[in-house]
Ligand binder design. Structure first.
Ligand code: GDP
Length: 390
């Protein structure tokens, strides 16, 4: 009898062992899980500028709900940042501006401080201004003005020279122009801001930074990714928006109709009662007619719902005369209400502020001074000139 019991116990232990080895052990040996993402996707992008990360399956604005292919546990919740207000930012970013521009300021100050200001010296002053992209005609005007003032002044102390140049540069920047952005809702509708410009100038980045500025200043914002010709642009915009809690209306289809995305964005902005809708557009300068048709259509469909309050032209300050040519084409195609000059941190050609304002008769309203999220500043002529003169 004992043998029978012993045999049964051994049999049970044997079967139990086999089951444990076969089922439990292999599970423990599974490699440790990596967070998985949908096809073609990557974990959160790092670095300064947001980049494309994951295709979204739907046309609609991403909502607070996770898209189907990204399981909640697969993507850590994004912390919504609270951006700082934008007032006085140009003064805070002064060092960055000064780094790229002081060469120009120092050269002008040193030339104007010479004991004798002969024709050659005035030619040199004009040359420095032209090299800094002030433009030939404005440079000549400035030299004439400075010449007259120096004559009236007689002897010059270094402070006199600095004040003289400061006043002249500020005057050339039209300090009295209204540089405020129309970002307040009106008649129950959000303010609509259209961002236009050639691809690569920093349009999408500026849209994202501007959303941050507005949110930092207490507004609610919705983004429209109407640059449908570059898939990465919508991802990029969405990432900027997610960081500050702004929704993005986008299309999942590359090459989708930009006007319909813009229309959707404005419709949703009205429904959600946001203060401002920012719309990024594609800037393919293939032909002027193509551009005109595209931007015209975007504007027309928005106007079925509400007014377009700002059309901001984004220009890359490092592109000099090429940028000026782009500015002219866009100005012929749409009614530009303000200019955003990007990449002023990377060039000593700050004089483009003077030439582009003069050429288009429209004020520079914002300047980009870096790739960081808070590197977009409202333009302030006096702070700009002070940074140039050091
Ligand atoms: P888009 O094609 O016009 O939408 O251009 P993007 O927004 O994709 O920007 C093109 C590149 O310019 C990106 O690498 C941006 O980080 C960079 N960029 C944009 N604005 C600035 C700026 O003010 N300063 C610097 N240094 N880089 C900028």
């Amino acid at each position: 009898m004992e043998y029978v019991i012993l045999a049964i116990v051994l049999a049970v232990l044997l079967v139990g062992g086999v089951i444990w080895l076969g089922l439990v052990r292999p599970r423990r040996n599974l490699p440790r899980g990596r967070t998985t993402y949908g096809p073609g996707t990557e974990p959160e992008a790092t670095g300064q500028a947001p980049t494309a990360t994951k295709p979204l399956p739907v046309t609609e604005a991403p909502s607070a709900e996770a898209p189907p292919e990204a399981k909640p546990e697969a993507k850590p919740a994004l912390d919504i940042e609270r951006p700082p207000p934008s007032a006085g930012r140009l003064v805070r970013l002064r060092a960055r501006l000064a780094r790229s521009q002081t060469g120009v300021g120092a050269a002008l100050l040193s030339l104007l401080s010479r004991d004798r200001l002969d024709d050659d010296t005035w030619d040199e002053i004009e040359e420095v201004l032209i090299t800094a992209d002030v433009g030939v005609a404005p440079a000549r005007v400035m030299v004439d003005e400075l010449r007259t003032k120096v004559r009236v002044l007689g002897t010059r102390t270094p402070d006199d020279v600095k004040n003289l140049l400061r006043d002249e540069l500020i005057a050339q920047l039209n300090p009295d122009q209204d540089r405020s952005l129309a970002t307040e809702p009106h008649g129950g509708n959000p303010a609509v801001i259209l961002m236009v410009g050639v691809n690569g100038t920093g349009k999408t980045t500026t849209c994202g930074k501007l959303a941050r500025n507005l949110i930092g200043d207490g507004h609610t914002v919705l983004l429209g990714a109407a640059d449908t010709f570059r898939a990465a642009a919508a991802d990029q915009l969405q990432t900027w928006g997610e960081r500050v809690g702004a929704e993005t209306v986008r299309s999942d289809r590359e090459g989708a109709d930009p006007a319909s995305v813009a229309f959707e964005a404005v419709t949703e902005g009205i429904e959600k009662k946001v203060d401002a809708v920012l719309i990024d557009t594609a800037g393919r300068l293939h032909t002027k007619t193509g551009l005109m048709d595209e931007l015209g259509k975007v504007k027309r469909v928005i106007e079925k719902k509400t007014t377009v309050d700002e059309v901001l032209l984004v220009l890359d300050a490092t592109t000099g005369q090429n940028g000026m040519r782009q500015a002219r084409v866009f100005a012929e195609v749409v009614n530009i209400t303000g200019i955003v000059l990007t990449k002023l941190d990377g060039t000593a050609k700050g004089g483009i502020v003077i030439s582009v304002q003069r050429e288009l008769g429209v004020p520079v309203k914002l300047v980009g001074l870096g790739e960081g999220p808070d590197d977009l500043a409202p333009f302030d002529p006096a702070a700009f000139v002070d940074a140039i003169l050091g």
